[in-house]
Design a protein around this ligand. Structure first.
Ligand code: SF4
Length: 465
């Protein structure tokens, strides 16, 4: 796939804007997994997960995800699973428990399993005290063998980054860092409860580069209160001046029925659907002007970046962190609430902190929910992955590959596509389904046509644009 154009940069008053507007407020999943997390089964047993772990091939590299669900303060827009602490003891205790969980999971896997990707997310993983963070890294190194080209990535809050932390990250072997920027405008930052002036972000980037961490992603957000086309353009200018290798531009998902603290964001200050589209379009155009290629729904990279290359070569994947070059079929989630993926299905650790601790202390895998995929799930997951990453899919070929009934997929999904096809969002020639260039901002809706769970009523999702 080639994603050179600055994405569906709609003429703002053109017919496609009306189409985008028509669908913009429809709620659909982000499809970082299929089936999506609300459909995982609470009756799923840890014994099944243990069997899955025991079947892993030691020679095929896997990925690890380490979740640290703590932050120093709550950003009003936060959609993550995290809790606030200013004390060190809970962080030290958490690291101790994480160490025990790593050893527990490793004991079910082949000895010295190969690992090619590690991702620290949260929360704010860098909130762990230096000794606690390095303790966890040492245990990971003791139980797993790293490939020579391992990507060891971490999400960072720029407000926590200083030269000491950068040194610690370097010592731990971190080679990619994602910094949450969201927007540089002070009024926007105040409205979302996260004030971090440009100078702080710049100093963070410089501290990381000073220790040799060159792969730096900056995460931006559109759809925030007080954001205007002028402020977002200014934020892109400042972002580009920091010369990141990759960028993400996420739409703020206002879901106060799920995330109560989002009530601190005044709804009347949020841009409406039309303004959201304009903000996104302007930001995309500004990023294109700076030479960033659009990757999938919401990522950007320079043309020589591995993610841009993977997108062009068709090897890009989508996982819980978004678009990725990580091709491993196995992702082991570690830490409270983390989600893992195996060829057999999905597993989620207990989001209940006490439950997670009790299970680990008892020497049991701390699983709260999971889902064993059947052939229909696998076929639809492949279809949705292809739509989300390559904007096209041959349904007949996928049905053949997975040995599922093609007529059943056609019957359950093609009807949902008709309206999107009529509106120019997608095309279908026989069983070849494509998202049109103009329809790309609505790619989640095309994917949703193949989601067999979506109409079963579980889960409320964020808006499509
Ligand atoms: S730092 Fe990130 S995880 Fe923590 S509250 Fe803010 S947005 Fe949420």
């Amino acid at each position: 796939m080639e994603v050179k154009a600055p994405l569906a940069h709609n003429a703002l008053n053109g017919p496609m804007t009306n189409v985008t507007l028509k669908y913009a407020t429809r709620a659909v999943p982000r499809y970082t997994s299929y089936p999506t997390a609300p459909h995982f089964d609470v009756g799923f047993g840890a014994d099944i997960y243990a069997e899955w772990l025991q079947s892993v091939d030691p020679l095929v590299p896997i990925s690890l995800y380490l979740h640290v669900p703590f932050c120093q303060s709550m950003c009003h827009y936060c959609g993550c699973y995290t809790k606030i602490t200013k004390k060190e003891k809970p962080l030290q205790d958490y690291a101790d428990m994480l160490v025990r969980e790593i050893a527990l999971v490793a004991s079910k896997l082949p000895d010295q399993q190969l690992v090619s990707h590690i991702h620290w997310g949260g929360g704010t993983p860098s909130i762990l005290p230096r000794d606690a963070f390095l303790r966890v890294v040492d245990v990971v190194k003791a139980h797993f063998t790293f490939t020579s080209d391992i990507e060891h990535a971490i999400e960072l809050d720029p407000r926590t980054v200083n030269p000491d932390l950068a040194q610690t990250l370097h010592l731990a072997g971190i080679n990619r860092a994602s910094l949450g920027v969201q927007d540089f405008d002070l009024k926007v930052q105040e409205a979302v409860g996260r004030v971090q002036p440009y100078a702080i972000v710049k100093a963070s980037v410089e501290a990381l580069r000073a220790v040799g961490i060159e792969e730096i992603n900056l995460d931006l957000m559109y759809g925030l209160p007080h954001q205007t086309r002028e402020t977002i353009r200014n934020s892109i200018d400042l972002t580009a001046s920091l010369n990141p290798t990759r960028l993400a531009l996420f739409g703020y998902a206002h879901v106060p029925w799920m995330k109560k603290h989002q009530r601190l964001i005044k709804e009347e200050l949020l841009p409406d659907a039309q303004e959201r589209i304009a903000l996104f379009d302007d930001a995309c155009q500004a990023l294109a002007d700076y030479g960033f290629e659009k990757i999938g729904l919401d990522h950007f990279a320079k043309s020589d970046d591995p993610l841009a290359i993977a997108a062009r070569e068709g090897s890009m994947r989508r996982n819980f962190q978004g678009y990725t070059t990580d091709e491993a079929d196995i992702l082991i989630g570690l830490g409270a609430s983390s989600i893992g993926k195996m060829p057999q299905g999905y597993i989620q650790n207990s989001p209940d902190f006490g439950g997670w601790v009790r299970s680990v202390e008892a020497g049991e895998l701390p699983i709260a929910r999971g889902l064993a995929m059947d052939d229909d799930d696998r076929a639809r997951a492949a279809i949705i992955m292809s739509i989300m990453t390559a904007y096209q899919v041959d349904i007949a070929m996928v049905a053949k590959d997975f040995g599922v009934n093609l007529d059943a997929i056609r019957a359950s999904s093609y009807g949902y596509l008709d309206e999107l096809i009529a509106d120019g969002v997608a095309t279908r020639e026989g069983d070849l389904v494509c998202v049109t260039h103009e329809g790309r901002p609505l790619v989640r809706l095309v994917a949703a046509a193949f989601d067999a769970y979506l109409h079963k009523g579980k889960g409320r999702h964020s808006v499509a644009v």
